[in-house]
Design a protein around this ligand. Sequence first.
Ligand code: SF4
Length: 268
Amino acid sequence: MPWTERQQALLQAMGLRVWAEPDREPAAEAGSVLPPASEPAPPAAPVPAAPPARARPVSSPPARAAAPAVASALAGLDWPALRSAVAGCQACSLCSSRTQTVFGVGHPQAHWMVVGEAPGENEDLQGEPFVGAAGQLLDRMLAALQLSRAADGPPERSVYIANTLKCRPPRNRNPSAEELAQCEPFLVRQIELLQPRIILAMGRFAVQTLLRSDEPIGRLRGRVHRYQGVPLVVTYHPAYLLRSLPEKAKAWDDLCLAAETVEGSAAV
Ligand code: SF4
């Protein structure tokens, strides 16, 4: 289906380059206007960044105003097209300091989804979320439940891992509300494509983005929330667990709650 002028305008507002219309690109899947993932990502297009916050009415908080419209513009993208769109994104200033974007990793039909915060130094260098010590801890915790981020395992034992933000903030500073709002539509589309049975939201910014809540994690964990109808369990970020070992037991409880939720929904 060809892109509407509105969709193209929104993509360009995000700094996303539209390569070709689907009906002019026979090799592309329906709705895909970007090169497939097997091709190297093209260099970032020299298009302007997203409109600055001052262009919006001051009464519209950026974190609430940007996401729905841009998510609509991304609605036709499949996995390869979405990955390419992220690779070329210049919608916020983080594009200028990143080594590369960090899209996500795992089985595209995984039943589990882990949503983290933002890439750190190792993630920025390797292009994969949750690497380094925190990633190893996450992998060990998942392995204890016979779960893996491998892309070729059975979907019910697979975890797809993505961050809320696809580019590393300089010096690992906290992301701004504007950056989170600009990047959120990519995460929304990832969740739409994956249709996970359970989401594990790890860390403050993942929780704020998915639940629209500023409450501390300690008050949100221990129960099952919902994101677009998908069960969601809040837990601590593995990087925090490395610094606060007593919280590991709570994080393990959270994983067990998530597992019970998935098993419960499968049994219905
Ligand atoms: S952080 Fe997200 S919105 Fe900002 S440039 Fe990277 S991909 Fe685009």
